[in-house]
Design a protein around this ligand. Structure first.
Ligand SMILES: [Zn+2]
Length: 240
């Protein structure tokens, strides 16, 4: 009995390849890039919302401004009318009082609009400041993101060279493996990072389930490999 040497050699390179890929996904630059990518997405959503809010407040300010202008015009008109009435001898005291009350009322209305306008402008200013601050943070993050992206691209290129070399080696090693065995390996590989594992204490060392005696006896042949009925990994006896 002996190990399925060619298959294990193939798997070793496969594992090496997985390691290169996994390292690439977890480099400092890649991890930070992923974080920044999420941050930028959130920022973009915040900016969109802030811009929408701004639009609403700006529209309110514009409407109030129009109301204010209209009220000023009416007040001017009534004030000049008041002057005429005051100069007219036929104007009764009652008429004067009534008119003065109207003017007073209009003045109050104007004051109220002015107050609202002030509040609206204040909140507009605040929102503009928040928008600019958010955008500033965003553009800083974007700059870092772009730099990291370059680093990640370089890392990927380097890793790709290594991966290509490993692929070549795997192609070479595959020639030494029985095609039927390779097909079984590839099937098991879909579910397991390490598809070929040794038997330990009459158990599959992948899933730790014990093997029936019959299965164990089938492993006694030269380079014999069987499938674990529980997890589908390929099993061999680790003895030379
Ligand atoms: Zn198993």
């Amino acid at each position: 009995m002996s190990k399925p040497i060619a298959l294990l050699a193939y798997q070793n390179v496969d594992l090496e390849k997985q390691q290169v890929e996994s390292n690439l996904r977890t480099t400092e630059a890649r991890v930070r890039l992923n974080k920044l990518s999420k941050l930028l997405k959130t920022q973009q959503a915040t900016l969109t919302k802030l811009a929408d809010d701004l639009e609403v407040v700006a529209a309110t300010a514009q409407k109030l401004n129009q109301q204010y202008q209209a009220a000023v015009k009416r007040l001017e008109l009534e004030s000049s009318e008041l002057e005429i009435l005051e100069g007219d001898e036929e104007t009764t005291a009652e008429e004067m009082t009534e008119f003065r009350q109207d003017v007073e009322k209009l003045g109050k209305e104007l004051g109220a609009i002015e107050k609202q306008l002030k509040q609206t402008y204040a909140s507009l200013e605040q929102q503009v400041a928040e928008f600019q601050k958010t955008r500033q943070i965003g553009s800083k993050a974007k700059k870092e993101y772009d730099q990291l992206r370059e680093v990640c691209t370089k890392e990927k290129e380097d890793a790709q060279k290594a991966l290509n070399a490993l692929d070549l080696e795997m192609t070479r090693l595959e020639r030494d493996v029985d095609p039927r065995l390779m097909a079984r390996y590839k099937r098991a590989r879909m579910h397991h990072g390490t598809p070929v594992v040794p038997v330990r204490d009459a158990k599959c060392s992948g899933c730790n389930v014990g093997l029936p005696t019959l299965a164990l006896s089938r492993l006694l042949g030269e380079g014999a490999v069987i499938e674990c009925e529980n997890c589908g990994r390929l099993l061999y006896i680790d003895r030379d």
